[in-house]
Write a protein that binds this ligand. Structure first.
Ligand SMILES: NC(=O)c1ccc[n+]([C@@H]2O[C@H](COP(=O)([O-])OP(=O)(O)OC[C@H]3O[C@@H](n4cnc5c(N)ncnc54)[C@H](OP(=O)(O)O)[C@@H]3O)[C@@H](O)[C@H]2O)c1
Length: 132
């Protein structure tokens, strides 16, 4: 599939992404926002105790990182801030919990809205115990 066709598939879509604070996840978020700026929304599920902490994590560990410099240059500081505010929605959750650790009402609303789920969350610590 041509990369432009992939970008076309994401036009006006709501996408739930896990693992965005990780190495691959933040590159994925940046790439989607760069090649398909008319994506509707990116919901970023991050491990955090509450919504405020989730937002802080997304701003400092994802959006604030170097891969986003191209977008910062393209839109300018204020334009970039507004673009991110319009497109990116942090969610506090955990993929090992039922319903990703999200509140029931949130799950219902998201299930109506989300078109695509991309799971990049993973334990990459080889010293963790395997629990079957
Ligand atoms: N890096 C590569 O070059 C590469 C190449 C090919 C394939 N992959 C695969 O891509 C995946 C991600 O790799 P990566 O290098 O990006 O790993 P990484 O930097 O360790 O990131 C892992 C991500 O998963 C999140 N996560 C872990 N457990 C979670 C949970 N229970 N709930 C929600 N989020 C959770 C982490 O969140 P926290 O910040 O909260 O820890 C982090 O955002 C892995 O499956 C890896 O095998 C990676």
């Amino acid at each position: 599939m041509e990369s432009s066709a992939v970008a076309d598939c994401l036009r006006d879509k709501c996408i739930l992404i896990t693992g965005s604070t990780g190495y691959l996840g933040k590159l994925l978020v940046e790439k989607i926002l760069r090649v398909q700026p008319v994506v509707k929304k990116l919901y970023l599920l991050v491990r955090a105790p509450d919504a405020t902490s989730a937002e802080q994590r997304v701003l400092s560990e994802v959006i604030g990182k170097d891969p986003f410099n191209l977008l910062r240059e393209k839109y300018g500081i204020t334009g970039f801030h507004n673009f991110i505010k319009e497109k990116v929605v942090p969610l506090a959750g955990d993929i090992v919990d039922g319903y990703l650790g999200l509140h029931n009402s949130r799950v219902h609303a998201l299930s109506e809205e989300i078109d695509v789920i991309i799971n990049v969350a993973e334990t990459t610590n080889f010293f963790e115990r395997f629990v079957p």
